[in-house]
Design a protein around this ligand. Sequence first.
Ligand SMILES: CC(C)(COP(=O)(O)OP(=O)(O)OC[C@H]1O[C@@H](n2cnc3c(N)ncnc32)[C@H](O)[C@@H]1OP(=O)(O)O)[C@@H](O)C(=O)NCCC(=O)NCCS
Length: 131
Amino acid sequence: MHSFSAKYSQFVMPDHINVVGTLFGGQMIAWVDLAAAKVSHRLLKGTDVDGAVTRTIEQVEFKEPVYLGDWVNFTAKVVDIGTTSYKIEVEAYAEGPNSEPRLACVATVVMVSVKKDNNGKYHKMPHGKSL
Ligand SMILES: CC(C)(COP(=O)(O)OP(=O)(O)OC[C@H]1O[C@@H](n2cnc3c(N)ncnc32)[C@H](O)[C@@H]1OP(=O)(O)O)[C@@H](O)C(=O)NCCC(=O)NCCS
């Protein structure tokens, strides 16, 4: 059985902060999408598809606030695979200068593998992968 996973990290800078002084949720979701894109890149290596697009980002839960100067360490894991789609679970652990890593956000991302046609438009295409 294959297992596809990836790690990804981001450092929280002043531009990422919302009006209550914590990490902006939309920024966190963008990073979740990138963590999913990294494991997607690994999954699709050696296949005939041109890449993948995000179809859904579901069950996003912000469990703990994240602060300026924290590192956010993401783990992304493929948990289910269909014909053109696959489901990725992402966990984000925030790590402050004086605190242990804490689970700050979880989300499920569904991506769909695509191929570019002669007009430059992307269409879904089977990836041929399995778990
Ligand atoms: C992704 C896209 C190419 C899919 O094209 P489509 O012809 O509409 O595809 P379908 O609706 O048949 O779905 C394709 C796959 O996604 C799955 N899917 C569709 N909607 C879903 C949902 N809400 N939840 C989970 N899976 C879903 C389908 O079951 C199918 O999976 P399978 O092939 O493994 O059985 C098209 O919807 C698209 O371009 N969306 C925009 C993507 C985008 O711009 N993302 C943001 C930037 S990356």
